[in-house]
Design a protein around this ligand. Sequence first.
Ligand code: NAG
Ligand code: NAG
Ligand code: NAG
Ligand code: NAG
Ligand code: NAG
Ligand code: NAG
Length: 458
Amino acid sequence: MTQVLDLLLLRRLLPSLTFIILCLMLLLLIFRSDRMLPPQKYMMQLSDEPAWVQNQTTGTTVLKGQSAHLIRVKGSKTLLVSAFLEHRTKPRKVLVIAIMFRKEKVSLQCSLRCREQLHVSRASVDIHWDHFGFPYGTADVSCPLPPACQAPTHVAVTSAAIRNPDEADLEFLEVQNQKALTVFPYNFTSCFSTMYNYTNILQLVQTVEMLQLLGVNRIVIYKTNCSNETQRVLDYYTDKGLVEVVPWSLSKYLKVSRRAKPDQDPGDIHYFGQIPALNDCLYRFMYRSKYVALHDPDELILPQTVDSWSQLLPLLEKRHGADRCFNFENNWFPTEFTERPPPPNVLPALGHWHNVFGVNILTHLYREPVKPKPVFNNYKIIANPRSVFVVTVHGVLRSQENCAWVDRKTAHMYHTKARGQNGLKAQQLVYDGRLLSYSGRLTAAVNAVLNETRLLPE
Ligand SMILES: *[C@@H]1O[C@H](CO)[C@@H](O)[C@H](O)[C@H]1NC(C)=O
Ligand SMILES: *[C@@H]1O[C@H](CO)[C@@H](O)[C@H](O)[C@H]1NC(C)=O
Ligand SMILES: *[C@@H]1O[C@H](CO)[C@@H](O)[C@H](O)[C@H]1NC(C)=O
Ligand SMILES: *[C@@H]1O[C@H](CO)[C@@H](O)[C@H](O)[C@H]1NC(C)=O
Ligand SMILES: *[C@@H]1O[C@H](CO)[C@@H](O)[C@H](O)[C@H]1NC(C)=O
Ligand SMILES: *[C@@H]1O[C@H](CO)[C@@H](O)[C@H](O)[C@H]1NC(C)=O
């Protein structure tokens, strides 16, 4: 009796059993196609440098800037900057930010590490179009995720011409952004790309203090080199937990140009490799900061109707919609002009600051006249980083929605630097004293920092 029942049951189950067996075979096939490699000893390049450092004296935890760990791909001119899990594409993938020789025809493959196993997949390459005519450009190297490896912790990229790369030769990047977090430790992060031969201490301290008044909690600085005094200031802010210095030593690998175009200063890559640095910053802070601002230390985006970025962004989102990026119009404040005497509350500081090297932004309140639109004007952005895929020097190359232009009466950028010959006469410049509404708080804050870093005369 039971045997008959069993048989009946079997007959009824047979079609579904066949289906399950077919599925299993299909899965096996897929597994084989991503060619499992034997386990190998754990390599973690990035963790030679401890990321979080506890300062025993102050008790604060400090994130020492993790070096952007440049890796050269064997058998190719490609350089790898950093790797991230990209949660927003369907299907998800690993994005490796890279620097590629544009003329080189190379196909790349990814070795993705999941637990103790390696899974190989064929990479696709997209070189960003904003290479400005230099031989090298920033590139997205995309690694598809094999079904058996959906959350790799590390990735190595090799030339596909090397069929079976020697395991011991593989150099791994840590895959960052493992989780698509929705709560962020920072509200605003500013990324300063490529600090080179930097000596402008007074303007740096003023900008960093202004940014804090505006609501910024994190500043990332991609640094090639600077004066010893600047380094003292950077160390001070790093110990405070505000600044993260990312050593940026691309010049060890490539001849970096110091200018924006090859005819101004020929080289392998645009302006110290600023563009890969900016893209690295965007992805590093995608799930650590509510907003990311991309600008230089001589640029300040100032709201005109409210006091801070914390108040400005809700306004902009109400007007233009949430989850996007905002372009802020540039205004030049040439340091060659100091017309009107500074107000009394700034005057006492000027005596003290006389011996501190660099530009004092509080004394440059005249801007060049605004050019009629539409004109490219070196604008900069504040973005919800999760709405952006690719950034460039000025603005965004690819995002979920186009960036919104912010009306200059709501906010615009103050770019204080030497302009050299610009053909303008002093009387053509326009007074703009917006910065002075911060001068009391700013002066006190700057004095405190200069004093603590022993940059003020006794
Ligand atoms: C800890 O912080 C103090 C005060 O900012 C600083 O002088 C000291 O160098 C820091 N120590 C380390 C190990 O960073
Ligand atoms: C971020 O902004 C919110 C709302 O303005 C504020 O309550 C919070 O303290 C800010 N966080 C930091 C780290 O400044
Ligand atoms: C570094 O900057 C100083 C002025 O601050 C300048 O005189 C010098 O030529 C610069 N050096 C390089 C290598 O750019
Ligand atoms: C930065 O590096 C350049 C090239 O090595 C050098 O000429 C310059 O003096 C350095 N700048 C500072 C401020 O150390
Ligand atoms: C800067 O610091 C380095 C290392 O601390 C030192 O070797 C060098 O002489 C300093 N340079 C100047 C100009 O003081
Ligand atoms: C400068 O710092 C010292 C201690 O380091 C302090 O006694 C002094 O009051 C400070 N001066 C100013 C102007 O902040």
